[in-house]
Design a protein around this ligand. Structure first.
Ligand code: HEM
Ligand code: HEM
Length: 229
């Protein structure tokens, strides 16, 4: 069997990096922001949503395999790509240079945001053993607290804007690098369409932040450990 050369392996890893930006990470981002926006409808609806997810079988496996490993792979490859700058410079004409640079900068910012965000939500939830119906009051309490300070709001604003820009601009980069957008007009129109996608996602996230900040109500578990269903 033919073994792959170093440049073939590098090519495959770059393609995988590009693909993971859309599936599963991009999809996760859309669902995550959409799902969290349930908080704008009401805290009970939001609690119901968190309860649903936290009572799923094999949740940890799904999270590790479909979210954590792809994000870690995309991030480490992303830092490598950013460091090797030369890989893509030829891809963009001058007006796109800003987008090219911002794509790399927002990737780094999103990484830092994720360390903070996961470190203050999922991580304490696991450490303190807040599983099943205990998870929603715990997580809602954390989000209320974070959205009660200007530093917390600023971190989330920067995180949401960076992630949504990175995804929207990344959609364009993805279509170019997979040969899906051929011709100047198609590239320009898709650029505008993807920026609208990013704008809608950003508004979703900011509206969710506002709902937590303006109405920080806490909730009780729907079922406690001692209760039978
Ligand atoms: C208003 C904005 C946001 C809210 C209210 C929010 C809320 C939450 C909560 C409550 C959790 C813990 C879920 C659980 O353990 O059941 C979580 C996890 C997570 N969030 Fe966010 N988040 C927001 C924005 C973002 C953004 C912009 C990103 C991407 C950059 C992101 C990525 C993640 C990831 C990767 C996890 C871990 C997922 C898992 O393992 O289940 N979040 N978020
Ligand atoms: C919310 C999480 C993230 C999403 C949804 C996401 C999505 C994407 C998408 C769709 C692309 C376009 C792929 C292409 O050009 O073919 C991309 C590219 C890129 N991502 Fe991410 N990404 C995320 C997090 C990160 C993180 C944490 C880093 C860390 C450095 C990063 C670094 C990069 C870099 C450097 C590129 C440019 C690759 C190139 O131009 O070839 N991303 N991302």
């Amino acid at each position: 069997m033919k073994t792959l050369s170093k440049s073939e392996i590098q090519f495959l890893l770059l393609k995988l990096h590009s693909l993971t930006g859309i599936i599963p990470i991009g999809l996760f981002l859309v669902f995550h922001l959409g799902f969290n926006s349930l908080r704008t409808v009401g805290v009970q609806q939001y609690q119901f949503g968190i309860d649903l997810i936290n009572n799923m079988p094999y949740l940890l496996w799904i999270e590790v395999l479909c979210i954590h490993i792809p994000i870690l792979f995309h991030s480490f490859m992303g830092f490598y790509v950013a460091y090797q700058g030369k890989f893509n410079v030829f891809r963009y004409a001058y007006p796109r240079n800003w987008m090219y640079t911002l794509q790399r900068v927002t990737g780094g910012v999103v990484f830092l945001f994720l360390v903070y965000h996961i470190g203050t939500t999922l991580f304490p939830k696991m450490i303190e053993g807040k599983h099943l119906f205990e998870a929603s009051p715990f997580l809602i309490g954390i989000m209320n607290e974070q959205m009660s300070t200007w530093s917390g709001r600023l971190i989330y604003l920067v995180g949401i804007l960076s992630a949504t820009f990175h995804f929207a601009n990344g959609l364009w980069g993805f279509c170019i690098s997979w040969g899906l957008l051929i011709g100047k007009d198609a590239q320009r129109n898709a650029g505008i369409a993807f920026m609208f996608v990013g704008l809608v996602l950003a508004l979703w996230g900011v509206a969710t932040m506002a709902a937590f900040a303006l109405d920080p109500v806490s909730v009780e578990p729907v079922f406690s450990k001692g209760m039978s269903l």
